[in-house]
Design a protein around this ligand. Sequence first.
Ligand code: CGF
Length: 839
Amino acid sequence: NPPITVPLDECPIIIEDDRTGLSIETIRRALLDNLYYVQGKTPQTATKNDFYMALAYTVRDRLLKRWLSTQLTYRKTPVKTVSYLSAEFLLGPHLINNLISLNLYDPFKKAIEESGLNFQELVDQEEEPGLGNGGLGRLAACYMDSLATLEIPAIGYGIRYEFGIFDQEIKDGWQVEITDKWLQYGNPWEIARPEFAQLVKFGGYTESYYDQDHIYRVRWVPRYTVNGIPYDTPILGYRVNTANTLRLWKAEASESFNFERFNVGDYYGAVRDKVACETISKVLYPNDEQIQGKELRLEQQFFFVSCSLQDMIRIHLNKNASLDNFHEMWSIQLNDTHPAIGVAELMRLLLDENNYDWDTAWNITKNTFAYTNHTLLPEALEKWPLNIFGRMLPRHLEIIYAINHRFLDEVRIHYPNDVSKLACLSIIDETGEKYVRMAHLACVGSFAINGVAALHTELLKSDVLRDFYELYPEKFSNKTNGVTPRRWMVLSNPRMSFTICEKIGDSWIKNLDDLRQLEGYAEDGGFRNYWQQIKKEVKQDLANYIQAKLDIKVDPHSLFDVQVKRIHEYKRQHLNVLNIVTLYNRIKNNPNLDVTPRTFIFGGKAAPGYFMAKLIIKLINSVADVVNNDPVICDRIKVIFLPDYNVTFGQRVYPAADISEQISTAGKEASGTGNMKFSLNGALTIGTLDGANVEIRESVGAENFFLFGLTTEEVYAIRANRYTPRDYYNSDEELKAVLDLISTGFFSHGDPNLFRPIVDNLLYSDPYMLLADYRSYVDAQDAVGCAYRDQDHWGRMSILNVARMGKFSSDRSIKDYCNDIWKTKPFAIDVPEYMQSQA
Ligand code: CGF
């Protein structure tokens, strides 16, 4: 091809118009252009997915200007940047979110419809990137949204898993896992940047030497290296020019082919190493709150952290003469301990590759990192067996020993007469088999440590990280989680959002505290009625979806009682089931009982290796089978398990809920974020004093919240006095009847063994204290049923919930992180003139 010699501004292609124009006509033309030139299809041969891809590219064209200007600005300006390191980003679909951020939803919808296409059908084509398990990954996505909206210079770093969280099917009531092939038709939202690839070392050994200045140094001779290729996704701020970057790393072999082996006929051997390297970014570990101690997981963690730190150093050295001020220009947030190896890796990069002395390197490192803890469950605290760790990361183990050595000296001085503190605080666990404790590494190597809800932070201070709190009280603070109102209200609940805007304008979308102005309308009977009417319409949408998906009819006038989240014993989906069976027994004993009609809706995935969680799914489905088909029940209660709960499905279900189930054992749920999404969509909460429930209740008012259950202190006290669940069974007739019914095999076609593990676990151990909380839960559920009958009052409570939830915006969380931890400021992006157009 002859090179294009025409200067761009004389070029006959109307780039400005077709790539960025916003008239309906231009969007329609651009759609066909992308269909033809990018997808290589004509409208006659295009599939729905081709049209979706063309649509996505047409939207992407219109955001590139913001994205490139943002990158350009950051490149030339000395701004402090937040680097959010997370093994998970559970983004959810991009298309509508981007259209909303760009304020282009209406013209695009119109253009698509005028082209004779079904807009919703194209939207439904998008495969959501399920690169996370649950709360932690979704929080990272909300924070990326808020960082961009608040115009904070930031970059998210993670792994581009080829297979995200598995798709869930339900077969005969059991969960079946299916691979999530989210990339199979291509991903129009990412751009590969192989020019910024990074090499990551693994295994091998270390050797010491003296450099030319006779200084003792260590070099790491790896056994193998892996290439990290970055894939960038733009993260648009809402109605601002800022578009930050999410950079996800894909593992590729550094050598594509071993020619020596190939030439001697070992064809398989020639590619074996390549395949092994590429496994690193193949699949997301589907465990929430449970560590597996698998080597591949450590490989994944080190892989993305090393790529990211090297990338930050590259960017830094483009703008700065040295790394001396690295910590002044970067704050790196460790989203849980998954990226905590970064502490040792930054030390290595500074010491071994940039020739810093220990003290300077340590000063930079410990002033760069901040650590967020997300869990109180002991089984979720990451630790790596020393032998695995040392084999994979020999140099890092040396560095960790050196950090620990200096740290324990500090501890000794602090507690001269208490050797027990050394064992408690040490980064190396030497109580039995030796481990590297990642939370300890994160605490020692960070300048700030935070929990994710007020109660959680207090429990960290008094329990899980007590010794660190005693040593470094100034490092600790609380940063209550938040969620983005753009996705979780505007996008998922347009009816309610529109109604709110009609009354109080749209400032709340960026300043969620402005929802307060709705409070006055809670006293307006006409508005309450209208509010409830809207809820009914949204519930009808969900009812239609359930009918289409499961062929089950549900009544939108019934109370929609929803529990969607990962399936875990501490989240107590089975407590919900105990209440359902209680209601069932009551109606069976008294068929004319006047009960408030209810639809119980469940959704959530169980970790594939978590037997009890999978059995709980089976129990829910088995109870559903009986209850939904019993003529005596006569549709007064319905139980639905909606398969494959993910972000897209969350967008459907939160707006339709009347009651949100937040029923974990007090002291077990760090925060929860589903609880916030429900309440922001007008659902009332039935919940324990756990995680962020405590703050939600404080905000919305105790009279607008259904509280039950033991407090954390009570849980601890009962445990301390030997908890005997059987006492509760023996003293509560209804509870006894429920457990007996399950035990007889009533819900398992007469098989008494199927659910025995659940019943026995409750009767003989009950680690999550369901039996202790049963009575109080069932009573609170009765109160919910009664309250729902007074629709007018319910409407008032629902409006007040929304009006008072301003605190739970992720914008507020991010502002708190910026002010207290990162010390970063907004930096507005101007779109350079040559990039400007109408958009
Ligand atoms: O993080 C969680 C969630 N399971 O991902 N933890 N982790 N790990 C907590 O259990 C939630 O309570 C919390 O809301 C979430 C985000 O901080």
